[in-house]
Design a binder for this molecule. Structure first.
Ligand code: FNR
Length: 190
């Protein structure tokens, strides 16, 4: 079976290394996975005052998540947590109460940073958020990518054979995980 993956890049930066990483992951993914970006840039800051009437970017976000089989988070670490823009997007998607877009939606997390621990603490924080949102998460492999110039080009070419092989394996495992969850927890109506 083919599966549709929505990917969310946690960085809004024009030269984001995590966006480059997302391009590498798409290149290296098995052919059974197709990808669509779920943009978070235009979302206003969430408040429950919006719950009765979500603005267009927030409706689009929820629709985009509903239309994919799984979500892949590719995120930097900001101050040992996830960027505010990403947390804001997750808060939007989790609401209004009773309409949480992440419930039973399989996910995986990965990230790159020039720092030695490669977004490990941000990922742990994100895993806690996704756990609360009832998203079944791929537990392993974990992927903490320490970025250095030349490791991944802007277009997603990987300059290191070991890293390339590791990222390919990560995506193959993600495919297996999504297939397993979709079999165990088929979406309502199928
Ligand atoms: C950072 N950076 C960073 N790196 C890290 O490994 N741990 C951290 O806690 C932080 N904190 C942090 C806070 C803020 C506000 C910024 C702007 C940056 C450095 C960060 O990893 C680096 O800027 C990456 O290039 C960010 O990824 P993108 O945006 O290029 O994908």
């Amino acid at each position: 079976a083919r599966y549709k993956v929505g990917y969310i890049v946690g960085s809004l930066a024009a030269a984001s290394i995590n966006r480059a990483l997302s391009r590498a992951l798409i290149r290296l993914a098995p052919p059974e996975l197709e990808f669509v970006e779920i943009p978070i840039r235009d979302l206003p800051l969430y408040s429950y005052d919006y719950d009765a009437d979500f603005p267009a970017p927030a409706r689009a976000l929820k629709q985009a998540i509903a239309s994919v089989d799984a979500v892949l988070f590719v995120t930097p670490e900001y101050n040992r947590s996830i960027p505010g823009a990403l947390k804001n997007a997750i808060d939007w998607a989790s609401r209004p109460w009773g309409d949480n877009s992440f419930a039973r939606k399989p996910s995986a997390v990965i990230g790159a940073s020039p720092g030695k621990i490669g977004t490990a603490i941000a990922q742990q924080s994100l895993r806690s958020v996704l756990g609360y949102c009832n998203s079944p998460q791929m537990n392993a492999p974990e992927a903490y990518i320490q970025f250095r110039p030349g490791l991944i080009s802007e277009t997603g070419e990987v300059g290191d054979a070991g890293t390339e092989q590791f990222l390919r394996k990560f995506m193959a495992e993600f495919h297996g995980f999504v297939a397993q969850v979709m079999t165990a927890l088929p979406p309502a109506g199928t």
